[in-house]
Design a protein around this ligand. Structure first.
Ligand SMILES: [Mg+2]
Length: 222
């Protein structure tokens, strides 16, 4: 059965631009912590995350029985995390300071695959932390959205995400966009699949800021 993909947030055509450069930033694990809060929530369910591969399913187990939680159970826990995100998801260290500096040289758009119905909650959380940049929450391919954005900004453009498949869809749909891998939590890093050609990895926001500033042709701190 087909269903329509859902998007929340401003249409691409309505976004204002002050710069030629655009930073397109995923939210979970790039702007807001996700894995750390997810691990703390799992503890409340008597479960724990111990990654042996680059996926949640199969890597979350009951502390009492050792049984892996099902994908359906994990979806429910993820939904609870998003429902309570304003209490559970802190900013990734250094992101506010980095974006305050980078926004002097580039426009910024948040692009999240979070279920779009949680958009108002996430918008409020970001606004309370001073991150007033526009956000698009969508079930569409990130590559398709980035390709639309790339028609409106002369560039350079940068896309940052913690999930290599998202970097890959952007590489295919908008090949001129600089690709940055950034994942706040370290638990999955040993299991990271190969990054697409040309993608660069940053360990944290200070490193990410330096890489982005290089792509933008500025020092980011001026
Ligand atoms: Mg993410």
């Amino acid at each position: 059965m087909s269903r329509e993909t859902v998007t929340a947030g401003p249409p691409v055509a309505s976004l204002g631009s002050a710069h030629d450069a655009l930073l397109i930033l995923d939210v979970d694990e790039v702007i807001l912590e996700f894995i750390g809060p997810f691990r703390r929530l799992l503890a409340e369910y008597g479960a724990h995350l111990s990654p042996e591969s680059f996926r949640l399913t199969g890597n979350v187990r009951s502390l009492s029985t050792g049984a892996a939680l099902t994908g359906h159970e994990l979806d429910g826990i993820t939904a609870k995390l998003f429902e309570e995100q304003d209490q559970r998801q802190p900013l990734v260290a250094g992101v506010a300071e980095a974006l305050a500096r980078l926004s002097g040289a580039a426009d910024i758009v948040f692009l999240t695959a979070m279920t779009p119905s949680f958009y108002p909650l996430r918008r409020g959380l970001l606004d309370r932390n001073g991150l007033h940049f526009p956000m698009i929450a969508t079930e569409r391919s990130k590559g398709a959205v980035v390709a639309e954005l790339a028609e409106r900004w002369a560039g350079p453009l940068v896309f940052a995400d913690d999930l290599p498949p998202n970097l890959e869809t952007v590489r295919r749909s908008a090949p001129d966009v600089h690709l940055l891998h950034l994942m706040a939590d370290e638990a999955f890093r040993p299991h990271l699949p190969p990054l697409p050609a040309g993608a660069v990895s940053a360990a944290d926001w200070p490193e990410a800021e330096a890489i982005i500033a290089g792509w933008l042709g500025c020092d980011g701190r001026g």
